[in-house]
Design a protein around this ligand. Sequence first.
Ligand code: PEP
Length: 256
Amino acid sequence: VTTRTPFIAGNWKMNLDHLQSIAFVQKLAWTLKDANHDFGAVEVAVFPPFTDLRSVQTLISADKLELGYGGQDLSAHDSGAYTGEISGAFLSALECGYVLIGHSERRTMHAETDEVVAAKVTAALRHGLVPVICVGETAEDLEQHGPSAVPVAQLRAALENAGANPDIVVAYEPVWAIGSGQAATAEQAQQVAAALRAELAERDAELGARTRILYGGSVKAGNIAGFMAQPDVDGALVGGASLDIPEFSSIVRYQK
Ligand code: PEP
């Protein structure tokens, strides 16, 4: 039987500068330590803005914190004339374990197509980063195509050049649930997570069995347990609530 370690990830979006990030990570670490959080039982990671990553790395390595971290995006290219872009090599050099790819805010506000997302996934893998591949349907998609068609197609496209069994995390984030306060139901999340897992399993049975699938979209302390009780939901990608230490800690400690 494959066991998948539950994973709670905080997407800070464009919040907290490098000084604020130091205070925040220290407080979060103390809060979880005080609560005797077992990081081996529920993995935790944060996704700060690029300019915070060096501070976060220094703090985490100095205090030997078991907190993971990664970038919110990366370039599809490794180096060169790409003003304003960040290479996966730079994220690796800062010992990032993960990188978010294809968040709906990047797909809609930065015109990231499925092709761009696929190129970024291979860039992440090339640099030893685990891509957290974000997929999800808009309210319109849901009405026109039903719950799973768009997320499954986005996942398939994202993995176009990724090989049979890449080391990835998938985040199912219905666009209508992000930042809206209106989360999907646990049953809706399970239905799509199962379809995403079937897509992975079709590619490679082991990939389907071991890949963690997260739910994201208005996750709070009050609804996390319902999502985590679903057989195909292995964690959460948390936006707004990840900036509130007591709330995020309660989400991490959903079993308590
Ligand atoms: C997100 O942006 O990944 C997200 C899930 O946001 P929120 O939790 O605020 O809905």
